[in-house]
Design a protein around this ligand. Structure first.
Ligand code: B12
Ligand code: SF4
Length: 469
């Protein structure tokens, strides 16, 4: 039997046609590699990543699985419909259809709701016995999977494809103790954080390094870099410290997500650095206390932002911060206020997004209840497009503000102003790297907001004469 697992093209709402923007962030579809890992060995699995090459539909498998996130849901449904027209049964899985199962079923023969481990094996068994007729509409386990029993993703499929610069990606934990109103993670993975046993993680890393060494004859820089796709790798300090201690001997480099409150614990940050942590992605979300309260992000203390970032910097850890615009308390001056604060925090990288009511979140329910939806086109739900009516500004001002914030942050002057202090924080050797990263980011955003702008879909963009200079 042959199964194709398809990652639909990611893109942004400003780009109707080509999706070149995705090239900047080419990383393998990790969810599908997890699904591949639990597929029985006698089944041939092929990963088709539309972010790498177009689908052809000339070679048809027995079964197709498509991963669906909200922003790429329409693209995913199009793929599913096409395969079904050609007589191939289709299974959908992933965040969007786990939360919008009824909608997904209009395009699929079956849906795996939530994490695949346990459910996908049952589905494959049913399909093996009775083909399409044997499939149930939905597969959902009562219990979330125990990570001690969840295999690591089949990273060799990504390595063999030679399409990705980085292939060392996996998650060590799942779940998040917080429940921020705009985020779907707790709805999807639960509030109880689950962990892979430290020994399993260490063994997997050891094995991965050996594989690279064997393939390449030596360990290249990118072979030593691991991306842990966790929501908060330091959520449980005791576990994190045990993990970091165990990683020290391997001399790897790693990046992941965490929250700013992990910087309260000096030992934790020190161990992270010793274990090879080179960068963290942190959701600061807002520089307004009222907004943080509104979204329930109680673990973020704005008064600690600058100190916290400095603590990471002192240990040679790069900090990329994420900020969201469009909260009910946000007035039109929020863009300037945020950029000013971002510069004072000396963040190495910055991501701005527009608050987006993603299905399954309490923010979605609130917007629904208040009748504030402006747009239900899922391809606009990529967090750069206002899909609801903001409280204290127009939708146009919100999107224009997002562009302005990017423009200001990633202008050459903005980049230098923000990153220059890295020279004084004993990170001089990283300065060049940080500059290169920022210039790469600048290029990506330039593409996203200038070249890729599709005026028909875009509120402001090129029409407003926006340019990143
Ligand atoms: C890494 C990541 C990314 C990477 C994706 C990398 C990649 N190539 O896979 C990048 C940086 C590209 C990305 C981008 C975005 N992301 Co993102 N991302 C994540 C993150 C942090 C981890 C995802 C992950 O790897 N999880 C680990 C794997 C194992 O889980 P999984 O992918 O869900 O897969 C499991 C199941 O869902 C299921 N499954 C998945 N696919 C399939 C398919 C089949 C056939 C089956 C049977 C099962 C199945 O099985 C897997 C194993 O259990 C999640 C948060 C999270 N914890 O999930 C957010 C998350 C997925 N992202 C989110 C968002 C909003 C975005 C963006 C729109 C905006 C942004 N600024 O981040 C963009 C645009 C994406 C697009 N489609 O256009 C939301 C999605 C919500 C939603 N309703 O879709 C999440 C949940 C975070 C949140 N705050 O809510 N993201
Ligand atoms: S935004 Fe971060 S802290 Fe908040 S619920 Fe989502 S993953 Fe957890």
């Amino acid at each position: 039997m042959r199964i194709f697992l398809v990652a639909p093209r990611r893109g942004n709402s400003h780009d109707g046609e080509s999706q070149k923007g995705a090239e900047f962030f080419r990383i393998p579809p990790i969810g599908l590699l997890n699904v591949a890992a639990i597929t029985p060995d006698d089944i041939e699995v092929q990963i088709l990543d539309e972010n790498v090459r177009d689908l052809t539909y000339d070679d048809l498998p027995d079964l197709v699985g498509v991963s669906v996130m909200t922003a790429s849901a329409l693209q995913a449904y199009g793929i599913a419909d096409r395969f079904r027209e050609l007589g191939v049964p289709v299974v959908l899985g992933g965040t969007h259809v786990s939360l919008m199962t009824g909608e997904g079923l209009e395009h699929a023969d079956a849906i795996v709701v939530g994490e695949a481990e346990g459910a996908w094996e049952q589905l494959v068994e049913d399909f093996r016995k009775n083909g399409k007729a044997g499939l149930k509409k939905t597969y959902k386990l009562d219990e979330v999977p125990d990570l001690a029993k969840v295999p690591f993703p089949r990273l060799e499929l990504a390595r063999d494809a030679k399409d990705y610069l980085f292939t060392n990606l996996f998650n060590i934990t799942r779940g998040c103790p917080h429940d921020c109103s705009f985020c779907s993670v707790t709805q999807l993975l639960g509030r109880k954080v689950r962990y892979r046993p430290v020994k399993d993680v260490v063994d997997h890393i050891k094995e991965t390094l050996e594989i690279h060494k064997k393939r390449e004859g030596k360990l290249r820089l990118q072979d030593r870099l691991f991306i842990f796709v966790d929501d908060n790798i330091m959520a449980n300090k005791r576990y994190a410290k045990e993990l970091f201690r165990a990683l020290i001997p391997f001399k790897i480099m790693w990046i992941s997500q965490t929250s700013i409150n992990s910087a309260y614990d000096d030992e934790l940050i020190d161990l992270a650095a010793q274990s090879g942590c080179k960068g963290v992605f942190i959701g600061f979300e807002s520089v307004s206390k009222a907004s943080l309260k509104e979204i329930g992000k109680s673990q973020n203390d704005i008064d600690f932002y600058k100190t916290g970032v400095k603590k990471f910097h002192k240990k040679g850890i790069f900090v990329e911060g994420a900020f969201i615009f469009g909260f009910d308390y946000d007035e039109p001056d929020v863009f300037q206020e945020t950029v000013k604060y971002v510069n004072e925090m000396h963040l190495d990288g910055v991501q701005y997004t527009i608050l987006t009511p993603l299905p399954g979140t309490s923010f979605y329910e609130k917007i629904e209840k208040e009748g504030r939806f402006l747009d239900r086109n899922w391809s606009h739900y990529d967090c750069t497009y206002p899909v609801y009516r903001p409280e204290k500004m127009s939708a146009e001002t919100l999107q224009q503000g997002l562009f302005w914030a990017y423009k200001s942050t990633y202008s050459f002057k903005g980049i230098l102003k923000r990153t220059f202090t890295s020279l004084f924080d004993r990170r001089w050797k990283f300065f060049v790297l940080i500059l290169a990263f920022n210039i790469g980011y600048r290029r990506a955003f330039q593409y996203m907001f200038e070249e890729a702008v599709n005026p028909a879909m875009n509120l402001v963009g090129r029409k407003s004469g926006y340019s990143l200079t």
